[in-house]
Design a protein around this ligand. Sequence first.
Ligand code: SF4
Length: 333
Amino acid sequence: MNRIITMTAYRRPLYTRQVLEALAQCEGVADWRLIASVEPGCEEVAEAFEGFDACEKHVVLNYQRKGLNRNTHAAMLRAVDADVQTLVHLEDDVVPSPDALRYFAWAVEEAMPRLPDDVLFASGYRKSPREPKKKERFLVNTRSVFTPWGWAVDRQRLDWMLKRWRFKNPKCFTCAFKKRFQGSHRELFPLLSRIQNIGFEDGENNRTPQWYRENHFTPWVAGVLPAKPYRLVGGDSGSTPAKARRYVSEAQRWIQQGRPVRTDAEVAAIYELACVPCEHFDARRNTCTVCGCRIRKSGRALTNKLKMATTSCPKGKWGPGATPLIACSSGIS
Ligand code: SF4
């Protein structure tokens, strides 16, 4: 398996050093090759790469500044030229946790081949609304694409992505992609983040350090953990006739009661706090394996049980009558 880490860097040597120091501490880093695409104008950034010797490396110093979008694309093409099979992409402000490479390798080489084609990437980042529990440290789920702060992909999906690359926004390669595919494609993510975003100063989009801190910093990131296996949340049950009947009866009750709906914020909170960490959530099919209903973070009521305000969790974790986590008349407190 040809494993390659691509990395882009520009004008922030302190961040670059921090990322490279963390990368050097990652489990199994010697099994990977680093291909770095470095923008010109800051010798200290290039020097930071000179000092990195944790794995084989190929560092390219751009003759002219390419901008984030084209620089990322160039790094990916170099990985393709090097016949990459498993690719991890880091930017100069995303710090991997000690088991990040092990997580990415598992996600791309073991989990993704068993998942439908709509699962495109493995993201390493998560900003959880609460501290993940100990039992959730090795759980992995899916969500809509695309969270590009430390992510991985296999060769087939990388080729797919490169064919659809858009260059219109020089500062962002994900914006157009996200707009086009976030309703139809998913990515894996760990319930406990394997990436910290430290890019508060000199960001490409001219926002304040405070904005970056509030929006990109995640309070909970994996530290040194035992080498336990990762596990995709959710079982493997499909839609049986009994489950289909149950769903039809839920929908009929909802229609009879005047089609009341939960707000998008309520739906998102139930999804994130109750269903995503739940052992009965089938991330591959976006369904609850107990009742068989579709469970989504957003979407219309008839295709999303959470949107229908007449519904509740079959295990009592949310909805009218549930205590204490997420309960009130509309299903959330
Ligand atoms: S509806 Fe309840 S049992 Fe089903 S996945 Fe959500 S929290 Fe778990």
